[in-house]
Design a protein. Structure first.
Length: 518
């Protein structure tokens, strides 16, 4: 007999009450099974059953079960960043009715310090939630030890311990020295615990798929899987993220974590309208979500809506934090697109002052070139090129700087480097395209979209490669290196659109030149 049964009997004897009507053990077992099934809908169903059964005389035992369900529901809402329901408020109310030995307030305090999923909140809010809890080793160890022997049922305590370990993991050496208690039974077969352990494990996707197979209602198990799929999508991983994310968005439309992840996925694939709609959904739930605001800015930029992108970038800057650099960068980009060079320069200078990242310096060099500040442009572009080996555009603009300064030999060499950069990038994209074509485990629609996007990029790089060859040839011709110029012209001639310019330069090279004076 549990301590709750003993407590109920003592109260009834003291009050001279009649023998209680027993709770239906079958109904209670069914509710317990729903709790262990673990999905969000399962937890709601378990709590509803416990509430119905709590009208019996065994009320304290059942109130404890309602309290447990409330805690798990609140944690799941936190994990998915769902708008909070009444779960915590109900748990606080029940805490006043449960016996002091339960220490209900300690469970509530533990649940309230677990931070929400980082995808669903701003970076500033995430950091605040982490620092609000004093994560000292001694305090964490004490909480773990207390959980190991607490009054609630073991699966519930194990779930709380897993949530605590995931949010505030102890360093391995401390665990090895026994700072934390013996681990909870993480081989527990219940989907409730298998889900919580696997969702925090970078290699947990197979276990999450197994959870979903056992409990088809466990839709949220796809969330952690989709996170890894989105991370792997750029590498050509098997395409299941789209279906997982579509299902998650349909099931949890008010979760900013899910809408942000889905928006990031569409953004990765260059599906800018879909990405924009999802980032807008995230911002409607979390207006200060800086990464969604950045995604909105990038999506509007790629949709060729520069005025709206400027406004979005301004809002990103206003949010403060690390996102300010991105805000200034994209605002400078869109001002440059609109040929508003003074505004573009002011913003890129602000970005440089905050963090001189290579991509910032690359855009700065482009803007400075367009403004005629060639030495400054040269300096910024050279730093960007040294840091970003694949920045072909920076090489192109550095060649333009040398050309404007009439450093013909330098111009020729830099444009040759740009030509090689575009050539190598096109070759790399070609290998990726061929690898995708050979894959039979990909969704056909995804594969077609990805291959079409890669081919468009390859075509653009090949055209730019030939254009760079032509301009490099002109630079070498001006410096007197006619042999190199002719070799590069042959490469440029492979692009039919350049035929007229190639012929004109070739004719200039073939003109008789006066003999040098002796």
């Amino acid at each position: 007999m549990s301590w709750l049964h003993v407590w109920v009997v003592l109260v009834l004897v003291a009050c001279g009450a009649r023998q209680p009507v027993p709770v239906s053990r079958e109904a209670l077992a069914a509710a317990d099974a729903e709790l262990l099934a673990g999905c969000y809908d399962c937890l709601l169903a378990a709590r509803a059953s416990y509430r119905r059964l709590s009208g019996s005389a065994e009320r304290p035992e059942l109130l404890a079960r309602v309290f447990e369900a409330d805690l798990l529901i609140a944690l799941r809402e936190n994990e998915l960043v769902l708008p909070p329901s009444d779960a915590l408020a109900d748990a606080r109310r029940l805490a006043r009715e449960l016996p002091p030995a339960v220490e209900a307030d300690r469970y509530l305090a533990l649940v309230e310090v677990i931070p929400p999923d980082e995808l669903g909140v701003s970076e500033r809010a995430r950091q605040a939630s982490l620092t609000a809890f004093t994560t000292s080793v001694s305090r964490l160890g004490a909480m773990r030890r207390w959980l190991a022997g607490g009054a609630l049922r073991k699966p519930v305590r194990d779930y709380l311990a897993l949530a605590l370990d995931c949010a505030f993991p102890l360093p391995a050496p401390l665990r090895e020295r026994g700072t934390s208690p013996a681990p909870t039974d993480r081989t527990h077969d219940a989907p409730l615990l298998a889900y919580r352990a696997a969702s925090c494990d970078p290699a947990g996707s197979p276990a999450l798929v197994a959870v979903r197979t056992r409990e088809p209602r466990f839709i949220e198990a796809a969330f952690a899987v989709a996170k890894r799929e989105v991370d792997d999508a750029a590498l050509g991983a098997p395409e299941h993220a789209r279906e997982h994310l579509a299902e998650l968005v349909a099931k949890f439309p008010r979760s900013p974590a899910i809408s942000y992840l889905a928006g990031s996925y569409h953004q990765l694939l260059g599906e800018w309208a879909e990405a924009l709609a999802l980032h807008d959904r995230t911002l409607s739930a979390q207006p200060a979500h800086d990464r969604a605001q950045l995604g909105r800015t990038i999506s509007l930029t790629n949709l060729a809506r520069p005025r709206e992108a400027l406004e979005a970038a301004t809002q990103l800057i206003a949010l403060g934090g690390d996102g300010q650099v991105d805000g200034y960068y994209w605002r400078a980009w869109n001002h440059h697109t609109l040929a508003e060079l003074a505004d573009a320069r002011a913003d890129i200078d602000a970005a440089k002052a905050l963090r001189g990242a290579p991509h910032v310096l690359s855009l700065a060099g482009i803007i400075e070139h367009d403004q005629g500040e060639l030495e400054l442009a040269k300096s910024d572009l050279e730093v960007a090129i040294a840091a970003l080996d694949g920045d072909c555009t920076a090489r192109w603009y550095l060649g333009l700087v040398h050309r404007k300064q009439k450093r013909w030999a330098d111009s020729g060499h830099v444009f040759e480097a740009a030509m090689a950069c575009f050539r190598d990038r096109a070759a790399g994209l070609g290998r990726r395209s061929a690898a995708l074509e050979a894959r039979s485990d990909l969704d056909p629609a995804y594969r077609e979209r990805a291959i079409a996007s890669l081919r468009a990029s390859i075509d653009a790089d090949v055209r730019q490669q030939h254009q760079a060859a032509l301009v490099a040839a002109a630079g070498h011709a001006a410096s007197g290196d006619l042999a190199t110029a002719r070799t590069l012209l042959e490469l440029a001639a492979e692009e039919p659109a350049l035929a007229e310019e190639v012929a004109r330069l070739r004719a200039a090279l073939d003109k008789p030149r006066p003999a040098p004076r002796r």
